[in-house]
Design a protein around this ligand. Sequence first.
Ligand code: ADP
Ligand code: ADP
Length: 230
Amino acid sequence: MAFRHVMSSELNLILLGPPGAGKGTQADRLRDDFPLAYIATGDMLREARTEGTDLGLKAQTYMEAGDLVPDELVIGIAVERIQADDARDGFLLDGFPRTVPQADALGEEMEKLGRGITAVLLVEVADDEIIKRISGRRVSKAGRTYHVDYDPPKHAGRCDVDGTQLVQREDDKPEVVTARLSKYHEATSPLIDYYEDQGLLRRFDGSRSPVEVHDHIRATLATLRLEDEL
Ligand code: ADP
Ligand code: ADP
């Protein structure tokens, strides 16, 4: 019983959904609600690329083409990151796992550590809406996300939080977005059934406004925590 309590007091969350669904946007908000370590493999890979590390150089070609970076490169960094001090009481994974082998590796590692996934939050959005979202996406250096029409910053082109200039990601160009979307359907969407079978999946209608999606997620998390205390 005591063991279960240790496991369940952590909030270990996974954000799942197509590119552009609003995972990063919801992550920004959830991080304001809960003290969760935010682990976004896309951000980690972009950082490695900027620093010119071996990993960054290897990942670059795949990322530019809208392909997934090979599992063996990504699994190591993600699994190491969930064990860092700041992630001990809970984490929010964004963009990982993205394949069944990645999900298997995460599950095995969590089991070894005596920890468990609390919930997988699936943010669902249709492909045509995704294209509109990604083409207007702008990001800050620190990874905060905006949209020129749907979620604009207070001052055009500047981050609300740190005032740095907002930019468009290289892989947010339309031709790369199509490749990323088909990769999602092929390699990542099987994780929906995977986590449904484990009873961990929670679905959210990502076509609603950022505020509504956030409210729904918060309500679900509150219910999960209540169930936990029963
Ligand atoms: P988005 O937020 O639009 O879904 P990300 O920032 O998560 O995009 O990812 C950008 C790119 O980084 C992906 O297209 C892929 O090339 C690579 N990447 C990120 N996470 C993973 C992962 N878990 N497995 C493989 N490749 C990944
Ligand atoms: P992901 O992390 O899943 O790739 P983002 O959070 O970066 O997605 O969102 C993609 C783009 O869509 C961003 O420009 C963001 O501002 C915008 N966006 C996010 N959520 C919504 C929403 N619910 N309605 C409209 N636009 C949104």
